[in-house]
Design a protein around this ligand. Sequence first.
Ligand SMILES: C[S@@+](CC[C@H](N)C(=O)[O-])C[C@H]1O[C@@H](n2cnc3c(N)ncnc32)[C@H](O)[C@@H]1O
Length: 292
Amino acid sequence: MSASRPSAPIEMESSQSPVPLELTGNQFRRIAELARREFGLELGEGKQHLVASRLGKLMRQQGIFSFRDYYQRIEQDATGGALVELIDALTTNHTSFFREQAHFDFLVEQVFPDWKRSGPERIWSAASATGEEPYTIALLAREYFGAESSSLPQIVASDISTRALAAARKGIYREERFQGVLTPWLKKHLLHGEGHWRGWYRMRPEILAMVQFHRINLIEPLPEMGSFAVIFCRNVMIYFSRETQELLVNRLAACLQPGGYLFVGHSESLSGIRHPLQHLQPAIYRKRGGRR
Ligand SMILES: C[S@@+](CC[C@H](N)C(=O)[O-])C[C@H]1O[C@@H](n2cnc3c(N)ncnc32)[C@H](O)[C@@H]1O
């Protein structure tokens, strides 16, 4: 982890965005503090304009035209729905199939072979965004173990963004999302759209059935989910403070079974964080114990 951590993942707005509503420095700091407290997001000062633009869009849709009124609405909303909308508007769900290929090579070459003996294991994709990460795992497992295998893993996928989760559950992607990975073996597991759906692919039902999606906020105490043989927690910790990262990594370690693996993003590193895991190779950690 470099000393200068980037602030929260907010995409650039298009040049055609409407003029942002006025967000004063104080109002920005209140929103940044809320995002840090509720979701662990670190919004650096440089993000003021983008926050104004992102939230301004949401506010306009709701007929709110001042950040004072908007903040008040969040405070008064006992359902928590307004907070969900806030995080949906602020987070970027950038991801892709086979992103950071080395993790998937490791999974197929070093992890799956053991599962032929041990039987089905559980994998958690802990910031699954729009689903490309857990479906990549499901596609590889289906191909590796075959349709009838009793070793097919169960995959739990979670994210904080309800918008991303809704897209992920559908399992429908534009052809461009597969960027050159649409090889014949992969196509076997996808349904090709026709007519109106030309240019789109959908995961086959048996792939969809391998992944269960849940909404989980990684900065809160984790729900009871049992233990996992592998946890992917990639490209989300980079936006958390060091303290939040340490807390999270230790919670994830507690969810790993002995000998289980934690994969973090390649631009994330656990150096300087106190944790019980063994560093195996870049962005791959292992919990001590187990068979190996
Ligand atoms: C850049 S995406 C990473 C997706 C995928 N893991 C990958 O590496 O391609 C980061 C995801 O983290 C999610 N996220 C941000 N804060 C979170 C939190 N506090 N709890 C759970 N998910 C969070 C965002 O909604 C987003 O979908």
